[in-house]
Design a protein around this ligand. Structure first.
Ligand code: ACO
Length: 323
């Protein structure tokens, strides 16, 4: 018995912002953005919300799994851009789809490693709590926390959602996973909430509530995380890189992926990259990539896939699965 990925689904908002569009907002240009990041365009919410994107991705995943929605008995959603403090995004998606009254919870704050964390939480609950089928989502509207006047960060991010159905049954499924947490003492990746406006509060005043990032530090952290994640999964399973069909890294910067591939001595072609048309969608990036790969027929039964996420927290996570 294993815990298997039965399907994927994804949703992108209707807005498209090209590098040329950004060059009319901040001092940048298509050539700089594309050569430094691999991004050509990103999708941004116009009327969509984190819940609406998560709901659309989840509905597609349910349809592709060919299951009845009443079979789902757990929802876990990773996000750093919820629409509400509560209910949880997972709970709002549960209601929007009309699922049964089942547990639904968010994994908040683990940013671009969020999907790996959410799958690990779902897997743990399935292994010990008797849940047989889980809906796992990564959903983001990063456009609402992006500083659109900061050229070093606004070029990177996009909105979107990805979802997966996990089911326990025959097959090896998830072989191994590893989660890392690193103290971000220097604030390499940070997005603060507004400080309290309680009449009793006398502490620090926070009014800048957009994403802040030390690009160079995160760049290095990203390369190290991909390298460590792949090595951890190979060491835990006794497999070699030749046994792995695909590595699906978080889509942060094409140069991070290329550098990690080079240092690992693994051909870059083994790393799935779709950053050119979606940008960095944080917790949604890995399931969006997996859904695209499935639609293109790139994933076959028995394929072994390593997923690696890294981001704010600082957090990183890797997962090895046999499809
Ligand atoms: N257009 C033109 N020039 C720019 C731009 C821009 N958009 N942004 C920065 N520059 C300039 C800088 O000002 C600098 O100029 P200077 O040399 O005159 O000072 C020069 O380009 C080089 O800047 P660097 O920051 O060194 O550029 P770098 O090659 O490192 O690329 C980038 C910056 C793209 C941000 C890169 O560091 C990166 O991708 N980092 C990783 C970010 C990431 O992965 N974040 C994900 C986590 S997000 C999360 O968890 C929610």
């Amino acid at each position: 018995m294993g815990i298997n990925f039965l399907s994927f689904g994804s949703a992108l908002p209707q807005g498209t912002v090209t590098n040329d569009d950004l060059s009319r907002m901040v001092e940048t240009n298509d050539e700089w953005i594309y050569t430094r990041t691999g991004i050509k365009q990103r999708r941004v919410a116009v009327t969509e919300s984190t819940v609406s994107l998560g709901t659309e991705a989840a509905k597609k995943a349910i349809e592709k799994a060919g299951i009845d929605k009443d079979e789902i008995d757990l929802v876990v959603c990773a996000t750093i851009t919820p629409d509400t403090n509560f209910p949880s995004t997972a709970g709002m998606v549960r209601q929007a789809i009309g699922l049964r009254d089942i547990p639904a919870l968010d994994v908040f704050g683990t940013a671009c490693a969020g999907f790996i964390y959410a799958v690990s939480v779902a897997q743990g609950l399935m292994a010990t709590g008797g849940y047989k089928t889980a809906l796992v989502i990564g959903a983001e509207t990063l456009s609402k926390i992006t500083d659109w006047t900061d050229r070093s960060s606004c070029i990177l991010f996009g909105d979107g959602a990805g979802a997966a159905i996990l089911g326990s049954g025959e097959g090896r499924g998830i072989i191994s996973y590893h989660l890392d947490g690193i103290n971000d003492v220097d604030g390499y990746l940070l997005c603060r909430l507004p400080s309290s406006d309680s009449p009793f509060y006398k502490g620090e005043k926070v009014d800048y509530t957009k994403m802040q990032m030390n690009g160079n530090k995160v760049f290095t952290f990203g390369i190290t995380s991909v390298i460590n994640g792949v090595r951890q999964m190979l060491a835990a399973s006794g497999l070699t890189a030749d046994d792995i069909s695909w590595i699906v890294p978080h889509q942060a910067n094409r140069r991070i992926i290329a550098s990690a591939a080079h240092r690992l001595g693994i051909p870059e072609e083994k790393f799935y990259v779709n950053i050119d048309h979606v940008g960095n969608t944080s917790s949604a990036s890995i399931p969006i990539a997996l859904d695209e790969m499935t639609d293109k027929g790139l994933i076959k039964k028995g394929d072994k896939i390593i997923m690696v996420g890294f981001g704010g927290g600082l957090s990183a996570g890797s997962l090895l699965v046999e499809m």
